[in-house]
Write a protein that binds this ligand. Structure first.
Ligand code: CO8
Length: 257
């Protein structure tokens, strides 16, 4: 697919995807959502991929779903637009490798929701998070009512969604919405450093661990423990387990496949 609004760079198994529509603050219209969906479908088929970094060009990560496109939607079209966003964000959440959101600026509405579909969020000091939807007469529609409470807890999520007050990066860190806050000029280097650390580990173990966390969070505790047990057992059928443990015992660095 030809991408008009996405940039892709790949180096040593780390892909950086940049949403590049800065004039409208990377607002998510149907085309950007379709491109993101196609991009993450392609990335999911890349067997050399180890980590993805997702960021935005300019002063926004993503300033939300495109309000001008949404303003004239019928209810039926609203359902369809919500479905499009949800399907796309599921592709991000379920990618076989970890996705780090490098949140460079505004992460509002669909932008906050997109960051929540990523596994880890690192924010610039300039980032601003929020779910302003109720001020526009709508609810969050790309997973925010579900992923935000699972990430920061129900009380804080309800405050953010029901009062629709934006929060700065330091508050986002305080509530566990982001893992780290760094100076704007350090954001990409910090995201890459973390990506490289993840990329140095066993890809199959990282994949199983991501999957166990995500699937387990949606299940009751007994089912969740069964999911972990199954992934743990499967690791012992991999070359990486043999290599990782042999390397430890031989006091050398592992060489994973
Ligand atoms: N949609 C469309 N255009 C946008 C959006 C957006 N979300 N955000 C910014 N833009 C456009 C502006 O209209 C402006 O365009 P133009 O230059 O043509 O006038 C351009 O981007 C630059 O924006 P500003 O001039 O407003 O820049 P400022 O720095 O003054 O302000 C803000 C930045 C505070 C981020 C401001 O632009 C703003 O408040 N934006 C809207 C934020 C928002 O409310 N986001 C949530 C949208 S709703 C949503 O995401 C729901 C997701 C689920 C949908 C499910 C549907 C079923």
């Amino acid at each position: 697919m030809d991408y008009q609004y996405l940039l892709l760079e790949k180096e040593n198994g780390i892909a950086t995807v940049t949403i590049n529509k800065p004039k409208s603050l990377n607002a998510l219209n149907s085309q950007v959502l379709d491109e993101l969906n196609a991009m993450f479908t392609e990335l999911d088929q890349d067997e050399d991929l180890k980590v993805v970094i997702l960021t935005g060009e300019g002063k926004a990560f993503v300033a939300g779903a495109d309000i001008s496109e949404m303003s004239t939607l019928t209810s039926e079209e609203g359902f369809a637009f919500g479905q499009k966003g949800m399907d796309t964000f599921m592709k991000v959440e379920r990618l076989h490798v970890p996705v780090i959101a490098a949140v460079n600026g505004f992460a509002l509405g669909g932008g906050c929701e997109l960051s929540l579909a990523c596994d880890i969020r690192i924010a610039s000091e300039k980032a601003l998070f929020g779910q302003p939807e109720v001020g526009l007469g709508i609810t969050p529609g790309f997973g925010g009512t579900q992923r935000l409470p699972r990430t920061v807890g129900v009380g804080i999520a309800k405050e953010m969604i029901l009062a629709a007050v934006n929060i700065k990066a330091d508050r986002a860190y305080e509530i566990g919405l982001v893992n780290k806050v760094v100076a704007p000029e350090e954001l990409m280097a910090e995201a890459k450093k973390l990506a490289e650390t993840i990329a140095s580990k066993s890809p199959v173990a990282v994949k199983y661990a991501k999957n166990a966390i995500n699937a387990g969070l949606q299940a009751d505790i007994d089912t969740a423990m069964d999911i972990e047990k199954s992934k743990f057992g499967l690791c012992f059928a991999t070359d990486d387990q043999t290599e990782g443990m042999a390397a430890f015992l031989e006091k050398r660095a592992p060489e994973f496949k």
